[in-house]
Design a protein around this ligand. Structure first.
Ligand SMILES: Nc1ncnc2c1ncn2[C@@H]1O[C@H](COP(=O)(O)OP(=O)(O)O)[C@@H](O)[C@H]1O
Ligand SMILES: [Mg+2]
Length: 226
C-alpha cells in the first residue's frame, strides 16, 4: 500500500542544515492502524508530510498504491492527495466561518460529487462521528474533542484509503483523547481505512496495532502488537 524507500529529507535553517530524516525505509499495508512515535524533533511530522504529498523529499522514493508519488509534480500531487488521502491535525484546522456541516461538505465540493450525494454523505459521516444535531455549529461553539470529530469526519467523508493524523490528541485532555483514538480505531475497523498517526504520548501508542519509533530521523524500532 505505502512503500517508503531510503528517504532522506534535510531542511535549510539559515546557515545550518537540519537532517530531519536520515534514511527511512518502511512498508505499510492496507488497513493498518500504525503509530509513528518518537520525541519532539525526531521527524514524525516530516515523514507524515512526505507520505501526505505535502512536502518534497531530497533522496529516496515513496510510492502509494503502486504510484511513485515522490516523482510527481505539484499538480499531480494535489490531485493524488485529494483523491486518496485524508488529514487530521493537532490543531484541527477547521475553517472558523463555516459550520461543522460546511467544513465537511466543502471537501466533497472539490471532487466530482453531486449536490444530493454531498448532503447524504456529509450528514452520514457527521452522525458516524457522534455529531448529530451539531451540524450547524461553527467551530468556536464546539469543544476541542467535538472539533476534532469534525476534522475526522472531514478526513473520512471522501472515503480515502489512507488517513494521516499528526498528533491528533495533543491538544485534548486524556479522556477526550482516548475517545478520539477509539473513534479512529472503530472507523479503521469498520471502513478498512489505513490510519497512520504520530504521537509522543504512550497512552496513544497503546491503541496502535503497530508502533514505528523514530529517533533523530531514523527508525529505532518497529513493533507489531498483535
Ligand atoms: N520547515 C522547517 N525548517 C527547518 N527545520 C525544520 C522544518 N521542519 C522541521 N524542521 C526540523 O526537522 C527536525 C524534525 O522535525 P519534525 O518532523 O517536525 O519532528 P517531530 O514532528 O517529530 O517533532 C527538527 O529538528 C525540526 O526542527
Ligand atoms: Mg511534529
Amino acid at each position: 500500500m505505502i512503500k517508503i524507500d531510503k528517504v532522506i529529507k534535510n531542511y535549510q535553517n539559515g546557515e545550518t542544515e537540519v537532517k530531519a530524516l536520515r534514511g527511512v525505509s518502511l512498508e505499510i499495508q492496507k488497513g493498518e492502524f500504525t503509530s509513528i512515535a518518537g520525541p519532539s524533533g525526531s521527524g514524525k511530522t516530516t515523514l507524515l508530510n512526505l507520505i501526505g504529498c505535502i512536502d518534497k523529499l531530497d533522496l529516496g522514493e515513496i510510492s502509494i498504491k503502486g504510484e511513485k508519488v515522490s516523482s510527481m509534480n505539484k499538480k499531480e500531487k494535489t490531485s493524488f492527495r485529494r483523491q486518496n488521502l485524508g488529514f487530521i491535525f493537532q490543531t484541527y484546522n477547521l475553517i472558523p466561518v463555516l459550520s461543522a456541516y460546511e467544513n465537511v461538505a466543502f471537501v466533497l465540493s472539490l471532487l466530482d460529487v453531486s449536490e444530493k450525494d454531498v448532503h447524504t454523505r456529509t450528514m452520514n459521516v457527521l452522525k458516524e462521528v457522534g455529531l448529530e444535531g451539531m451540524e450547524d455549529r461553527k467551530p468556536a461553539k464546539l469543544s476541542g474533542g467535538q472539533q476534532q470529530r469534525v476534522a475526522i469526519a472531514r478526513a473520512l467523508v471522501k472515503d480515502p484509503e489512507i488517513v494521516l493524523a499528526d498528533e491528533p490528541t495533543a491538544n485534548l485532555d486524556s479522556t477526550t483523547g482516548e475517545d478520539i483514538l477509539k473513534l479512529m480505531k472503530s472507523m479503521n475497523e469498520k471502513l478498512g481505512t489505513t490510519f497512520i498517526f504520530s504521537t509522543h504520548d504512550p497512552m496513544v501508542m497503546d491503541y496502535a496495532g503497530r508502533i514505528v519509533l523514530l529517533h533523530d530521523g531514523l527508525i529505532k524500532s518497529d513493533k507489531n502488537r498483535r
